[in-house]
Design a protein around this ligand. Structure first.
Ligand SMILES: Cc1cc2nc3c(=O)[nH]c(=O)nc-3n(C[C@H](O)[C@H](O)[C@H](O)COP(=O)(O)OP(=O)(O)OC[C@H]3O[C@@H](n4cnc5c(N)ncnc54)[C@H](O)[C@@H]3O)c2cc1C
Length: 266
């Protein structure tokens, strides 16, 4: 289907991108376009303008500092995360990105677009919550940082407000991670998923596809995770792929698998 007519701008700096977004309430950031262009084609969204972030080197790149903190630019693609030597500090990132959709989606889709769309079936929202990531958000009045736990607000809704951009994601060191999912086909959409990380304070598991935002449960050790999931009072949605009860059952099974994987790596 042809797109509705839309303004297009390709800024040369983050400051210019923020100016363009602030000047037009109806404008949206364009990252990999793997969600946005599809919803525009389906007429589920009709932005007045697109602010293309693809020329912005400030939003790209993966850095690992001497202390083990990993900083990932919002415009880093899944393929770049899979291939990055620095990202191997947290192998789960590349491993999970390698399972997202197909090669075209992985070459265009970005970590920033994945979390900013906050589709509850996406792979990366629970992963960023489990690893305790910090999200940097830029606006015309400056930059602020929010935890991944506070970043996801609802279906397709995040802490990135109108006129703002997610610029980078920072992952603190000292934890070991795991991930488990049941998908539609080998690399299809998740029916349920769980991301885990083990380190100081015990085990953190973030469950995906069971609510509008990732559900975080914690336990002192992997042995306590099943009970923690049962205690979370999950009431997942039902759809053609899974009933609510089955999704809740999957969440528990996957949480245990992800926590065990994380513990085996520690
Ligand atoms: C066939 C297919 C299968 C897929 N399967 C999966 C899957 O199994 N798992 C999965 O996780 N994903 C899946 N996806 C979605 C894919 O991962 C998308 O790449 C991702 O959801 C969006 O990333 P993007 O870079 O393409 O962002 P875009 O589509 O360009 O943008 C998405 C939204 O985020 C906003 N945005 C983007 N970047 C920023 C930023 N830096 N700051 C503020 N707002 C921003 C945009 O304005 C837009 O609203 C699939 C997509 C396709 C086409």
């Amino acid at each position: 289907m042809l797109l509705r007519e839309v303004e297009y701008a390709k800024p040369a700096s983050v400051a210019e991108a923020l100016e363009l977004l602030a000047a037009n309430d109806g404008a949206r950031a364009l990252a990999g376009g793997q969600t946005l262009v599809n919803v525009m084609k389906a007429r589920a969204a009709s932005p007045d303008g697109l602010v293309d972030l693809n020329g912005l080197e400030e939003l790209k790149g993966i850095e690992l500092d001497a202390g083990g903190t990993l900083t990932i630019g919002a415009m880093t693609t899944y393929t770049e995360l899979v291939r990055s030597v620095e990202a191997k500090a947290r192998p789960i990132l590349g491993e999970v990105c390698a399972t997202i959709a197909d090669v075209q989606v992985r070459n265009r889709g970005t970590i920033g677009g994945n979390v900013c769309s906050n589709d509850p079936t996406n792979h990366l929202p629970p992963l960023t919550v489990a690893v305790g990531a910090r999200m940097t958000i830029a606006g015309e009045s400056g930059r602020r940082e929010v935890s991944a736990e506070d970043f996801f607000l609802g279906v397709y809704l995040t802490a990135v407000g109108p006129g703002e951009l997610l610029t980078r994601i920072t992952i603190p060191p000292g934890r070991h991670d795991g991930f488990a999912a049941v998908t539609l086909g080998a690399d299809g959409t998740c029916i349920a998923n769980a991301a885990a990380s083990v380190g100081e304070g015990g085990v953190r598991v973030a469950l995906g596809c069971v609510d509008a935002v990732p559900v975080l449960v914690t336990a002192e050790s992997p042995g306590g995770i099943a009970e923690a999931v049962r205690g979370a009072g999950l009431n997942p949605p039902s759809d053609v792929h899974a009933s609510s009860e089955y999704r809740a059952h999957l969440a528990e099974v996957l949480a245990v698998r992800a926590a065990r994987e994380a513990a085996e790596r520690s």
